[in-house]
Design a protein around this ligand. Structure first.
Ligand code: HEM
Length: 419
């Protein structure tokens, strides 16, 4: 189905895609806007003005030009899209809804230079080659352990809870130095707080527990440093970071590194299973895996509407005048299928020559964990393919529930079987 570039998926109740639609196409609300310009007004917001950017070059400008601020608090009326707006925009049913809510955040993801630069540098200094190398062998161990556990339990499983969610969660435990004894609690709290299907009170409770967990972790690392990133930050940052800032950083790493990688593993496996020719090419030549991961990042662009900025002054972008204080949303799935940059962009092609894509963003906020995410995807997908011969979907493709309603696209579950 992915070979049909004109297929437009329709989403049915329950999150499934109508039979015949391609689950990996960008959301219908974005596909409908094709041909309407690289920079388009978003006709939704009462009060706040917003623009949608679908062109590759224009998106790079937004992410590299300091006139586009990541500080959503700079203009209180402008902030990122809220989940209900994201859902409506993707479905093409965006109502003239209430004005976008504002949000208060102290996270460095929402800061501009020079404040952002200081924290970013401290963190970059902790993502050392030595630490990443050490993590690589742990990623392999974790992937193999989980696949062998799946095999020991039978010949089928739901890949999301059995593999895609625990792998990145445990890698973040390694990165932060969470004790083995505490990992089950950590994983449980994380899963609840990240799942927008759980009632808000429960999510808030799990979020508060996670915050307390991180406070405990920071206190433990202060008392007894380990070889982990958090200990490194505590003992090397000059001037020292406060406990509150350290907890924020730990939560950012968790928030940014868990749900994203988990969904790339789940959705990436689904995309390969639905494109058997591509999967065969990978099986025949496993050295293609690095290329395949880049292509999956481009093709799936799971952060569909999560990258946004606020203009600090009037800007002309792609010939369109945007006033100061406007929200500019980068439509990553469309940007990464810009036909001026990729021939036949709606096709998954693991042999495609490697080119830059914006799945990890661009500019000063470009994904800090991208090397780690790549390693997790390369090792995770390689081990799945080689250790589970005959890996296949255990349900028809149109029965796989997609995360259409979520900020980060993916699959809620992925029933698979093997021989
Ligand atoms: C930032 C994507 C995995 C940590 C970003 C941004 C994108 C992104 C698009 C830029 C956001 C913006 O400019 O507003 C992804 C994807 C991943 C992934 C698709 C998985 C496939 C990870 C992992 C980690 C991580 C594994 C860490 C363990 C971060 C951090 C930032 C970030 C800390 C903020 C950087 C800053 O503001 O300076 N990511 N990410 N990400 N990512 Fe990732």
């Amino acid at each position: 189905p992915a070979a049909n570039p004109t297929a437009m998926r329709r989403i049915l109740p329950g999150g499934m895609v109508e039979r015949g639609g391609c689950p990996f196409d960008p959301p219908p609300g974005l596909v409908e806007r094709r041909g309407k310009g690289a920079v388009q007004p978003l006709p939704l917001l009462n009060g706040a003005e917003a623009w949608l950017v679908t062109g590759f070059d224009e998106a790079r400008t937004v992410l590299a030009d300091p006139r586009f601020s990541a500080d959503r608090m700079r203009h209180r009326e402008a902030t990122s899209l809220q989940p209900h707006e994201v859902e409506a925009l993707k479905a093409g049913t965006l109502p003239q809804g209430p004005a976008i809510e504002t949000r208060e955040d102290g996270f460095f993801v929402f800061m501009d230079p020079p404040e952002h630069t200081r924290i970013r540098r401290l963190l970059t200094g902790q993502f050392t080659v030595r630490r990443m190398k050490a993590l690589e062998s742990r990623v392999t161990d974790i992937a193999v352990e989980h696949i062998e556990a799946m095999k020991a339990a039978g010949d089928h499983a739901d890949l999301v809870p059995a593999f895609a969610l625990p792998l990145p969660s445990l890698v973040i435990c390694e990165l932060l130095g969470v004790d083995y004894a505490d990992r089950a609690e950590f994983q449980e709290r994380t899963a609840i707080s990240l799942n927008s299907n759980t009632p808000p009170e429960e999510r808030a409770k799990a979020g508060a527990e996670l915050y307390a967990f991180m406070q405990g972790l920071v206190a433990a690392k202060r008392a007894e440093p380990g070889d982990d990133l958090l200990s490194g930050l505590i003992h090397e940052a000059e001037p020292p970071l406060t406990d509150g800032r350290l907890v924020d950083i730990a939560l950012v790493l968790l928030g940014a590194g868990h749900e994203t990688t988990a969904n790339m593993l789940g959705l990436g496996t689904f995309a390969l299973l639905e494109n058997p020719g591509q999967l065969d090419a990978l099986r025949a030549d496993p050295s293609l895996i690095d290329n395949a991961v880049e292509e999956l990042l481009r093709y799936l662009s799971i952060i569909q509407l999560g990258v946004s900025r606020v203009t600090t002054e009037p800007v002309t972008l792609g010939g369109v005048d945007i006033p100061a204080g406007a929200t500019v949303v980068v439509a990553t799935p469309e940007v990464n299928r810009d036909p001026q940059h990729w021939p036949d962009p709606d096709r998954l092609d693991v042999l495609r020559p490697r080119t830059s894509h914006l799945a990890f963003g661009h500019g000063v906020h470009q994904c800090l964990g991208q090397q780690l995410a790549r390693v997790e995807m390369q090792i995770g997908l390689r081990e799945l393919i080689t250790r589970l011969p005959g890996l296949r979907l255990a349900v028809p493709a149109d029965q796989v529930p997609l995360r259409n309603e979520m900020l980060i696209f993916g699959v809620h579950s992925l029933p698979v079987a093997w021989s």
